[in-house]
Design a protein around this ligand. Structure first.
Ligand SMILES: [Zn+2]
Ligand SMILES: [Zn+2]
Length: 247
């Protein structure tokens, strides 16, 4: 998609959106991409697993007892299922049709999951960063939009700190989706990130925010870099997890 989506395709999408009225992906109601009642019907994932071994069911998606010490990630909360057709459709349009307005309803899913489970409250919320080149191409960082919504709404009346540019992507990487296996994905993101100001990370409990994860390589790598920079604990929340090998 990165290679083929051109400026002209963006214009084409824009014209399509102007010519054909916006309608809910679920019920066709007009003027929104995901209406409140369809959003409400999307079920949260009923079980959470250890993100490291992916076998053990754990409360809140925390790393299991056996993995706790070898995983830089203290927990990964997966809000809903990618098998839900509305979820996969909405995420796809959000990322590849550049529909920024979907950030709001999609972040509601992560928010609902964070409120239903009991992960400790973060000191800092960090989006998974995009490389500046990818950011120029897409026009927005989808993780940043989700993170911003979470920072504003997780605790009503109290904006949590959204740390912009504390974690950056220093190396341009191939889209993880274009890589087949776990090893390739892992190597692709290895040392791709860096912390710009370790003093601000030190002893902080961090919540990483991303849209979709597959093998978790990107999230694990970010967590590793953050822990190395002195973070106390790193958790992550995603809307859904896509099965390996599926698009
Ligand atoms: Zn609807
Ligand atoms: Zn485990």
């Amino acid at each position: 998609m990165d290679k083929t989506t051109s400026y002209f395709q963006k214009i084409k999408f824009f014209l399509l959106d102007v010519l054909f009225p916006i309608h809910c992906l679920g019920c066709q109601a007009e003027d929104c991409w995901l209406c409140a009642s369809c959003l409400k019907k999307i079920k949260l994932r009923d079980q959470q697993f250890c993100p490291h071994c992916e076998k053990i069911i754990t409360p809140d998606g925390r790393s299991c007892f056996a993995c706790k010490n070898k995983s830089p990630l203290a927990g990964l909360l997966v809000a809903t299922s990618y098998q839900e057709p509305l979820v996969s459709k909405a995420v796809h349009l959000f990322k590849y049709r550049f529909l920024e307005t979907l950030a709001e309803p999609l972040s509601q899913l992560s928010l609902k999951a964070l409120r239903s489970y009991e992960l400790p409250l973060p000191d800092l919320i960090l989006p998974i960063p995009l490389h500046p080149r990818r950011l120029r191409w897409r026009g927005f960082n989808q993780s940043w939009l989700l993170a911003k919504n979470l920072a504003e709404k997780l605790l009503p009346g109290l904006d949590l700190a959204l740390a912009d540019n504390l974690l950056i992507r220093q190396r341009y990487t191939l889209p993880q989706m274009s890589l087949k296996n776990h090893t390739q994905r892992h190597q692709n993101v290895r040392d791709a990130f860096t912390v710009t100001d370790p003093a601000k990370i030190k002893a902080q409990r961090i919540l990483l925010v991303d849209d979709i994860t597959t093998t978790g390589s990107t999230i694990f790598e970010c967590a590793r870099i953050l822990k190395e920079a002195g973070a106390k604990e790193v958790y992550a929340v995603v809307i859904a997890k896509r099965d390996h090998g599926k698009k």
